[in-house]
Design a protein around this ligand. Structure first.
Ligand code: C2O
Ligand code: CU
Length: 478
């Protein structure tokens, strides 16, 4: 399904190196679980340059950009309904911002440079303040020159806890895909290159989990674990296998779903997507079991579940997990009365785009290539001067998407969660609410959502190179 989008083969050598290093890697995570709150009530995130041991402790460290000096940045862990205050300090030498991906947030705090805020200049700071209305697994990341800043490591996990403490133990997995040079540094020559932008994006040759080549998660027989997984890669779709375990799916993009067992091949995360799984630790102590990245050509161990000796005095009863509480209001969602808008995706390599509008002018393909805008929505190559559609607060909006390109796209709507109502003209049973969804080549997919949050909401492909290359528009909720 995605093989044709892979322009660089995953480098086996790095993975073998990663896997053997994993045997000796300590099971501690290198990034902090929550940021201390300062006296004035802010969690401080400092964006700056540092290094990370992406290839393991014995290999040369990779210069990265990071929040508070670690890759990934620290987990931000808050309570549902809590007022979250974060001070971003920019110690990079280019402007930046933070977007709180998936949070139904006040528009002014959404972090989109050029739409909701000015970029935060080097040496300056910006204070974000918002309520996190829904519990779940979210993440935060840069939203300025993301094709560069995300590729260099500016992201972290954001966990909003349910009010009643979870009975599961959290294991957090932040998955990234890096394109590194032989010396272990981030490959820079191709960064921002049109070839990737017009194909499957910047696909890497090294996978990390929590900034490590193969972390080991110690577990005890009898535990029930909650795996919170986020794919922060610029463009790689990740198919995973939690070997020897039969995980329950309990949430998608932070939003609870009716718990169900995942079938083989069902665990697929497009860029920016999250899943929450319940995993019953039911193997014998002393067992090691891999978490694998799966492609058509290979299976790569990216982490290990390590059963330590002994078992819980009172083992959990491994029954179907009860569903998580849903807080997102969908009352008022009315598909019959929806305002409908078409969104035709064209462009990219092997596509059929011969012209598109840019800056109010019609450009031919050659001019578009020169301007590095090689994708378009409804014939417009990423201009933000006009919204895709203007709606009233409280309206239901339906977007009929046609992917007339040769690539899958991970469409992300800011500030709202949407539901897929039809796929290839077949209606989709059951409402699943997400903030990011994959739309495959030649698919027709209809999204619908309740526009209950006023503001300017970006709607874009989260294959970051596609976004930069024109797959970006916004919705105006008045
Ligand atoms: Cu995850 Cu527009 O962002
Ligand atoms: Cu895309």
């Amino acid at each position: 399904m995605t093989e044709k989008t892979i322009s660089l083969p995953l480098n086996r050598r790095h993975f073998i190196l990663g896997a053997s290093a994993a045997l000796f890697a300590p099971s501690v995570s290198v990034f902090a679980d929550d940021v201390p709150v300062s006296l004035d009530g802010y969690r401080v995130l400092t964006a700056g340059k540092t290094t990370a041991s992406l290839l393991g402790k014995d290999s040369s460290a990779t210069p990265v950009w990071a929040y508070n000096g670690t890759n990934p940045g620290p987990v931000i862990r808050v309570k549902q309904g809590e007022k979250v205050k974060v001070r971003l300090i920019n110690k990079l030498d280019q402007p930046t911002s933070i977007h709180w991906h998936g949070i139904r947030i006040d528009n002014a705090m959404d972090g989109v440079t050029g739409l909701t805020q000015e970029p935060v200049k080097p040496g300056e700071s910006f204070e974000y303040e918002f309520i996190a209305p829904d519990a779940g697994t979210y993440w935060y990341h840069t939203h300025n020159r993301s094709w560069e800043q995300l590729a260099r490591g500016l992201y972290g996990m954001l966990i909003v806890e349910e009010p009643d403490a979870s009975k599961y133990r959290d294991l957090n997995l932040v998955l990234d895909d890096w394109r590194l040079s032989k010396d272990g540094s981030i490959e820079e020559q191709s960064m921002g290159e049109l070839h990737d932008w017009a194909h499957g994006g910047r696909l890497g040759n090294v996978l990390t989990v929590n900034g490590q080549p193969g972390p080991v998660f110690d577990v005890t027989t009898g535990e029930q674990l909650r795996l919170r997984i986020v794919n922060v890669a610029n463009s790689r779709i990740m198919k995973l296998n939690i070997a020897d375990h039969d995980p329950w799916l309990i949430a998608l993009d932070g939003h609870p779903v009716t718990p169900r067992k995942l079938k083989k091949g069902d665990l697929v995360l497009g860029p920016a997507q999250r899943v929450d799984l319940v995993v019953d630790a039911k193997l014998k102590s002393g067992t090691k079991s891999p978490i694998q990245f799966v492609s058509d050509r290979q299976k790569i161990d990216i982490a290990t579940i390590n059963y330590v000796t002994g078992e819980l005095a009172t083992p959990a009863v491994f029954t179907r997990p009860s569903g998580l509480p849903v807080s997102m209001p969908h009352s008022g969602f009315n598909l019959e009365a929806a305002k409908t808008v078409d969104l035709n995706m064209i462009g990219g390599a092997m596509g059929n785009m011969d012209r598109a509008m840019l800056g109010g002018k019609m450009l031919d393909w050659r001019q578009l290539v020169k301007a590095k805008r090689v994708w378009a929505f409804n014939g417009i190559a990423g201009d933000l001067d006009k919204p895709l559609v203007q709606v009233r607060k409280g309206e239901t909006v339906r977007i009929d998407i046609i992917n007339d390109t040769a690539f899958p796209h991970a469409m992300h709507l800011h500030g709202h969660h949407f539901t897929v109502v039809t796929r290839n003209n077949m209606s989709v049973a059951g409402r699943v609410w997400r903030d990011t969804e994959l739309v495959y080549p030649d698919e027709k997919v209809s999204f619908a959502f309740l526009a209950d949050n006023p503001g300017k909401w970006l709607f874009h492909c989260h294959m970051i190179e596609h976004q930069a290359g024109g797959m970006m528009t916004w919705i105006d909720v008045a």
